[in-house]
Design a protein around this ligand. Structure first.
Ligand code: NAD
Length: 285
């Protein structure tokens, strides 16, 4: 099956990055948000990211214009009616994702592949909300999508070989990502390892082991990570990390996935990280 047109559900941090790489790879892409305000914010994020790539000499102004002209923003789910592949990147909530997959199943052509960018939720459960579970799989991109080379691909119990190989070829050959393959197990490979580490960094701060700056510097220089865990949490979004931790705890009932109270309090207070202007650090300026 040939992929000619792509849809993306959600134009937040991840959706906007996915739209950007798909448009730059030469595909027409339609992206749906829940209202005009969020759509315009998402589109502005894409434009800003492409402009930065032009400034850095990584994208020519002509290629930026061409990529931009391939993107259509909408608040209408029915705009996915001609897509061959739809990638869902709405918030990390299983009930919402099940509802989105049921809608996509009604709207998209019968041959279309439906993928989720979920970090931790079950692809098999999303597939069960459709009448085409053989055409559902996980395509888990990393943030920021235009920069991060990894694509974690997840086979659900009923994903067909054809669906998997079509999506894999698209991710590898068309988007230029390096693919790793994981079972439909909460957190797949990367978040299974990363989430307990991030939660432990918050616990270390809660316990007063060190200041946030020293926790981050310790990990950066001691483990040679590009950024410390609390800075990374601000990048990922504290709200998204909390959704992921809750989903993994619900599945495993293992205390290592239990969200520390400080993380929950910060999310309740709206301190989501970079995207809200403040998380562990202040980005308001
Ligand atoms: P985000 O909050 O930045 O964006 C989610 C967007 O989805 C919001 O703008 C919201 O309005 C929109 N949305 C909600 N319901 C919708 C619907 N029915 N239709 C269309 N849009 C809808 O979150 P994010 O960080 O982009 O995360 C999105 C998904 O990607 C989550 O499943 C998350 O686990 C996963 N993910 C996140 C990261 C990360 O680093 N943040 C990395 C990999 C995967």
């Amino acid at each position: 099956m040939e992929i000619r047109k792509v849809g993306v559900v959600g134009c937040g941090l991840m959706g906007s990055g996915i739209v950007e790489v798909v448009a730059k790879a030469g595909y027409p892409v339609v992206v749906r948000e829940i209202n005009d305000d969020l759509l315009n914010k998402g589109l502005a994020r894409i434009r800003g990211s492409m402009s930065k790539a032009v400034e850095r000499g990584k994208l020519s102004p002509a290629d930026m214009d061409a990529a931009w002209s391939r993107i259509v923003g909408t608040t209408d789910m029915y705009a996915f009616d001609e897509c061959d592949l739809v990638i869902e990147a709405a918030i990390e909530n299983l009930d919402l994702k099940k509802e989105i997959f049921a809608q996509l199943d009604q709207i998209t052509p019968p041959h279309a592949i439906l993928a989720s960018n979920t970090s931790s939720l079950s692809i098999t459960v999303m597939a069960a909300a459709t009448k085409r579970p053989d055409k559902v799989l996980g395509m888990h991109f990393f943030n920021p999508v235009p920069v991060m080379p990894l694509l974690e691909m997840v086979r659900a119990l009923l994903t067909s070989d054809e669906t998997f190989s079509t999506a894999r070829e698209f991710g590898e050959k068309k988007l230029g990502k390096t693919v790793v393959i994981a079972k439909d197990n909460p957190g797949f490979i990367v978040n299974l390892l990363l989430v307990p580490f991030l939660l432990d960094a918050v616990r270390a701060l809660e316990l007063g082991v060190a200041t946030k700056e020293d926790i981050d510097t310790g990990v950066k220089l001691g483990l040679n990570h590009p950024m410390g865990p609390l800075t990374l949490l601000d990048f990922v979004g504290l709200d998204t990390t909390l959704f992921i931790a809750d989903a993994m705890f619900e599945e495993f009932k293992d205390p290592k996935y239990a969200a520390p109270p400080l993380l929950r309090r910060m999310v309740t207070a709206g301190l989501y990280g970079r995207k809200s202007g403040r998380g562990f650090y202040d980005y308001s300026k």
